[in-house]
Design a protein around this ligand. Structure first.
Ligand SMILES: [Zn+2]
Length: 418
C-alpha cells in the first residue's frame, strides 16, 4: 500500500508493506457469546479470542512489520518474571514537527483482560484510519506521538486461565507465612512435600500494581499492608518492576494527558483517588474533562472508593500530567468473577468501538491547560522539551559526545593555565 498526502505545507509519504496484518475486529469476527460458566477456564491458556501473552507480542510485531514509519514497538522494561513490558509508539515518523504526546496504559489488574483489547482496538483503529486517509487521524499523528502499554501486568497472562480471579502481579509471596513463597499448587499441582498439609494457600502473586505508586502509598486506608489482601501495596513505593518501569518511562516524557484502563465498573475517575474528602487543585479542569468523557462514553464521572498509592494520583501530583482512569466494563452476571470484569467474546468489539474508543480519541487529542498543581517531580529545568520524533538516539548520538567534548576542552584549557 502506498500513501501520499498533503496537510498544510507539510507533505509526507509512507510506503506500507503488503499488509497481511489482521485487524482486531477481524480477529473477533464470529467469536462466541455465552459459554457455560467461566469462559476463560474453558478456553485454557489460549484465553480464547482474548489475547494471551504470545498472541499479544506477535500482534505487536506484526503491526511494526506492516506499518513501518508509523508504528514502532519497544518496551518500558521487564516484569517480575522477566517478560518485556511492550510499548507501542504510533506517529507519522516522516513528520518532523515538534510533537505533543499522549500515554495510554492498560491492564494493571490481571483479570481485567478487556482493557488489553480496548487498547489494541484503539491502536488498530488509528492505524487503520491513518492508512485509509482519515484526515482527523492523519492530522493527529502528524502532530502527536501516541504511546501505549497494552499490558502492564504481562506475567499474569500466562496463568490467568488457571486463576481467573487473579488481580495482582505475578510476584511470588509467602502469604501464609510458612516460609515457602507462593506455594502455587494452583499453578504447579499439589505439592505433597508442602509441610503445612493444606493446598493452594498462597495465591499466585503478588502486589496490587495500582496501589504501589509513590503518592500517598502508606495512607491509612485505600490499600493494605497485608500480603494476603487483594489491595496489598508491596514493601515500598515502586517495589515492583512493572510500576517502576512505568514511572521511569513517564519521567522521560511530557504527556498532554494520560489514561489508565480498568474494568469491573463503568466510570471515569480523576484525582484525588486516595481520599474523597480532599479536592485536587485542578478540580474544575477535571470536572470539565469528566463531563466531556461522560458524553462520549456514557460513563459517569465520580468517586469509586479510596485508592491510595494508585497510578492517577501519582502521575498528576509528581509530573503535573492530567490523568484519567477509565473503568470500561461492568458485567451483569457475577456468578463467575471473570464475567463481571470482561464481556463475552462477542461483546468485546462493541465495547471497544462504541464506548471506549470515543473517549480515548478525545484524550489522545487533548491539550493540557495550565494546571494549578505544583508537580513534585517537575524536571522541566532539566529537559527543556521532548525529543523530536524519529530521533530517539539524538541524546546519545549528539548531546552526550558534545558534552564530553566540552568537558575535555575545559580540562585542557585549565591544564594549560596551570
Ligand atoms: Zn482494576
Amino acid at each position: 500500500m502506498y500513501l501520499s498526502s498533503k496537510e498544510g505545507n507539510l507533505s509526507y509519504e509512507i510506503t506500507l508493506a503488503n499488509s497481511d496484518y489482521i485487524w482486531i475486529w477481524d480477529e473477533f469476527e464470529g467469536s462466541p457469546g455465552d459459554l457455560p460458566g467461566n469462559d476463560i477456564a474453558n478456553w485454557g491458556n489460549s484465553l480464547g479470542p482474548y489475547h494471551n501473552r504470545t498472541e499479544l507480542v506477535s500482534k505487536l510485531n506484526s503491526l511494526e512489520t506492516n506499518f513501518p514509519g508509523l508504528v514502532d514497538i519497544s518496551d518500558i522494561g521487564t516484569s517480575y518474571q522477566g517478560n518485556n513490558i511492550s510499548l507501542v509508539i504510533i506517529t507519522n515518523e516522516t513528520s518532523e514537527k515538534f510533537k505533543k504526546e499522549f500515554f495510554l496504559v492498560a491492564h494493571h489488574h490481571a483479570r481485567e483482560s478487556i482493557t488489553i483489547e480496548n487498547a489494541l482496538y484503539f491502536i488498530d483503529k488509528i492505524v487503520y484510519d491513518f492508512t485509509n486517509g482519515d484526515e482527523e487521524i492523519q492530522e493527529m499523528l502528524n502532530e502527536r506521538t501516541i504511546y501505549v502499554v497494552p499490558s502492564l501486568n504481562i506475567d499474569s497472562l500466562d496463568i490467568l486461565h488457571l486463576w481467573p480471579e487473579m488481580r495482582k502481579n505475578y510476584h511470588p509471596i509467602d502469604e501464609d507465612g510458612d516460609g515457602i513463597e507462593d506455594e502455587n499448587e494452583i499453578i504447579t499441582g499439589v505439592d505433597f512435600d508442602d509441610p503445612d498439609e493444606t493446598i493452594a494457600e498462597d495465591k499466585p502473586g503478588g502486589v496490587d500494581l495500582n496501589r504501589n505508586y509513590a503518592y500517598q502509598w502508606d495512607y491509612p486506608f485505600g490499600n493494605s499492608d497485608n500480603v494476603t489482601h487483594d489491595t496489598y501495596r508491596g514493601e515500598e513505593p515502586f517495589s515492583e518492576p512493572e510500576t517502576l518501569a512505568l514511572a521511569n518511562f513517564v519521567r522521560q516524557h511530557y504527556f498532554q494527558a494520560a489514561v489508565s484502563l480498568h474494568s469491573g465498573v463503568e466510570l471515569i475517575i480523576t484525582p484525588w483517588s486516595y481520599d474523597s474528602s480532599y479536592s485536587c487543585p485542578d478540580e474544575e479542569i477535571y470536572d470539565d474533562l469528566g463531563n466531556e468523557l461522560a458524553l462520549l462514553t456514557g460513563f459517569t464521572h465520580e468517586y469509586l472508593y479510596p485508592c491510595a498509592g494508585e497510578w492517577g494520583d501519582w502521575i498528576y501530583s509528581a509530573r503535573g500530567i492530567v490523568s484519567v482512569t477509565l473503568e470500561t466494563f461492568h458485567g451483569d452476571d457475577w456468578t463467575y468473577l471473570w464475567d463481571g470484569f470482561n464481556p463475552h467474546a462477542n461483546g468485546v468489539i462493541s465495547n471497544c468501538q462504541n464506548i471506549v474508543y470515543p473517549g480515548l480519541l478525545y484524550m489522545a487529542t487533548y491539550d493540557c491547560p495550565d494546571l494549578a498543581i505544583n508537580p513534585s517531580e517537575n524536571i522541566s529545568s532539566i529537559i527543556s522539551e521532548p525529543e523530536p520524533t524519529g530521533k530517539t538516539g539524538f541524546n546519545v548520538i549528539f548531546v552526550i559526545p558534545s558534552f564530553l567534548s566540552f568537558i575535555i576542552i575545559i580540562l585542557l584549557v585549565r591544564k594549560r593555565k596551570k
